[in-house]
Design a protein around this ligand. Sequence first.
Ligand code: ATP
Length: 424
Amino acid sequence: MIIHIGIDDTDSPNGMCTTYLGAILYRELSRLAEPLDLPRLIRLNPNIPYKTRGNGAVAMTFEASEDIIPEIKDTVLFYVSQLADFEHENTNPGVVFLEGDVPNELRKFSLRALREHVTIGEAEEVARKVGAEYFKFKLGRGVIGSLAAIGYPLERFTYELLAYREREYWGTPRRVNEESVFLADKWAYPFSYDNVDPYKRVVLITPHGKDPVLVGIRGIDKGKVLQVFEMVEFEEPVAFYQLYKTNQNTDDHLTPKRIGELKLYDSAVVRGWVASPYWERGRHVFFELEDETGKIRVAAFEPTKKFRNWVRKLLPGDEIIAAGGVKEHEGILTLNLEKFYPVELVPKVEYRKPKCPVCGGTMKSKGDYLKCKRCGYKMPKRLIPVEVPRDLERKIYEVPPDARKHLSRPLVLPGGEERLMELL
Ligand code: ATP
């Protein structure tokens, strides 16, 4: 019989990682039953406030004989109770078991958990309807992610290899030879990507928190991902590693919406017209975007760095496709921009001083009139409108790798552009 297992919300900023627990469970359960695929790391709605880091949940599926099912469940519950960080108030683990095929209703729930906000009650109701067994620890909010990870239709996927640290190293700086990561990346890019940021010359595979992850290596080709792992030189022991199948970098979270429909915590792609010149506050860049159904404030926040320069080039009247997450910023519903595509740009007009009609010299502004610097000729100030290039192309502009959401598809990957365009 087929058994699906989902786990979520076992970690906190003080330690642990649901994928670490998932890797241990996958290893232990593979002794009892036959794994039907790699374990799955499913990223859910990135705008949810309760997330520790990337709103990830883990699921795995086994073919098991009926008499071993109780042992499988006991093993899962034992490891969750031993390893989850129960001390932290925001850690509310949930475990879900589902036997048999995944019903359609559960698939729909997963897509809602990916794109919208759902409640613990809604998750429990779906679990009851589809006959899933669930266990809540503390508030048990993790049942949302656990259930959604089981039901997730992983039609598009990528891989991530996660390597973990020995316990005595948790909380200390990660020791990985940086040069070896640059070399490995050069060899595998773009089939394995996001290993380094070549512009900032920084390594991206090492996280910075107290969690047990040593490195995470991503790619669309699992052979290349494994080879990058082989090529990286570790200057501390690797406890163990696990390859995950994941919905990271698929753009699965983006749903086409009208601006008037946008709700708090939605992940959406909208098409509209820039409705205001940009303005800045605290190094964040904002503008307004509208369509026939409404208007929303759009933000490119400070961590998106140079991406903000492209946003500053937008003018009122430009038609764009914008993708991002809806959050509340200073009490106002704001689309947190992940990428945009200029569809139709208005002409940009600059007003320039004419040349001197007498000698061709350069004119200087003097209040209401212009005066030639060379011959002194004076004339009323009448400026000439000149259309200047817009400096924006018809292509997708995206935030840099370290500001990118786990689910966002980087443009270097096949389908990176097409998928966004397909949505609208
Ligand atoms: P990590 O990435 O290290 O595993 P995390 O960022 O995944 O950490 P969690 O500790 O898993 O953070 O917390 C996310 C919580 O939000 C979980 O309890 C999960 O069930 C819940 N959750 C996930 N998706 C939704 C959603 N769409 N609506 C409401 N709650 C959600």
